[in-house]
Design a protein around this ligand. Structure first.
Ligand SMILES: [Ca+2]
Ligand SMILES: [Ca+2]
Ligand SMILES: [Ca+2]
Length: 360
């Protein structure tokens, strides 16, 4: 991603009197470099109000919003009186939230909270992130929520990308009495996307929920490098990726050049988009997708190849204790390549979403 040429250094001119500083912002990054988990401008103004603090305290540390200064660009988009607000214990007389926040563990710490609404009708309060750009395959959203059991009917975390909204997580409880952590992988996302955290209350629930320390982990794509470490792959966009990330079915470079035909000429990949590919002898499996069909509660929200409900994967439909078998044609062993088979399955399940076969 050749962004560096767009970026001119910021100039700081002190104008004599204490407290006066003029910082002209000559940095004009392209739209896709705004809120992309990378500081492309000095001081990181391109990552301000992106749902986290733009400057990561150390390389590799997550981009986090702890709500201590402001809401980092998270916005309430509720249409009823049941809505999110930045709050802390005792800050507002009718404040709904817990007695301590998660960051500081005291009543001085801030969080986002919902639950002041006194009505008895069903309502959903939604807290939406700003528009974010480009998530790496390793990207995870980690947050802490506080929802006393019986207080809220349902919590939901959704990701909107283009015209598609994927439910990353939903729960109707029960929840514990303390702060609980939620860790959800987003998968590789190309282009713009948003994340929305919603709470739904009904007539029997007060609907009190709090949210704190929302963090994006390992979401930035690798940056261009003049030289890569020995053995690493130099992507077309000049990023470097580890050898195991080459031809593994994931877009680690950011331009998908680590999955190009040339470096992957010794691999045979099947993404199940058009059919079973090599895996033409199947028993107890169905090629399916998450959108449109009856589906199954254990199936993933989307496929691995495109991270989309429209993408296809292979799912087991065998009866309990019966085997589900899918087999390749017979291969002939050959030197000098080492033979290996790899694939992807949803977290917590044994459902291959993509299979790769290296010629032997
Ligand atoms: Ca940026
Ligand atoms: Ca906090
Ligand atoms: Ca890869």
């Amino acid at each position: 991603m050749p962004l560096r040429g767009h970026l001119l250094p910021a100039v700081v001119m002190l104008l004599g009197s204490p407290g006066w500083a003029w910082v002209p912002n000559h940095c004009r990054p392209p739209r896709e470099a705004v809120c992309n988990f990378m500081c492309d401008c000095r001081g990181c103004p391109d990552e301000a109000q992106c749902g986290y603090h733009g400057v990561s305290p150390s390389p590799g540390a997550p981009f986090t919003c702890d709500f201590e200064q402001d809401s980092c660009g998270w916005r309430d988009i509720s249409t009823a009186g049941y809505r999110w607000l930045r709050d802390r214990a005792g800050a507002s007389p009718e404040g709904p939230g817990p007695r301590t926040d998660h960051t500081l563990g005291t009543d001085l710490g801030w969080y986002a909270a919902v639950g002041t609404h006194r009505g008895r009708e069903t309502a959903t309060a939604a807290l939406r992130s700003p528009v974010l750009h480009e998530a790496a395959p390793t990207c995870e959203l980690r947050l802490w929520y506080h929802a006393a059991s019986g207080d809220v009917a349902e919590l939901r975390l959704e990701l909107t990308h283009g015209v598609e909204t994927l439910t990353l997580w939903r729960s109707a409880g029960p929840w514990g009495p303390d702060w609980q952590q939620l860790v959800v992988p987003t998968g590789r996302i190309r282009g713009a996307f948003r994340v929305t955290f919603s709470a739904t209350r009904n007539a029997t629930h007060r609907g009190t929920v709090a949210l704190d320390d929302v963090a994006f982990w390992r979401c930035g794509l690798p940056t261009p490098q003049a030289h890569c470490p020995l053995g690493h792959h130099h992507c077309r966009n000049e990023a470097c990726v580890d050898p195991p990330q080459l031809c593994d079915g994931e877009d680690n470079c950011g331009d998908r050049s680590d999955e190009d035909a040339a470096p992957c000429r010794h691999y045979v990949a099947t993404d199940f988009e058009m059919g079973l590919g090599l895996w033409n002898h199947s028993e107890g499996w169905t090629r399916n997708r998450s959108a449109g069909g009856p589906g199954h509660p254990a199936w993933p929200r989307g496929d691995h190849t495109w991270n989309s409900a429209q993408g296809s994967f292979l799912a087991s439909v065998a009866e309990p204790s019966a085997p589900a078998v899918v087999s390749s044609p017979e291969f002939q062993a050959s030197a000098p390549h080492n033979c290996s088979v790899s694939g992807w399955e949803p977290q917590g399940a044994v459902l291959p979403a993509q299979a790769l076969r290296r010629l032997c």
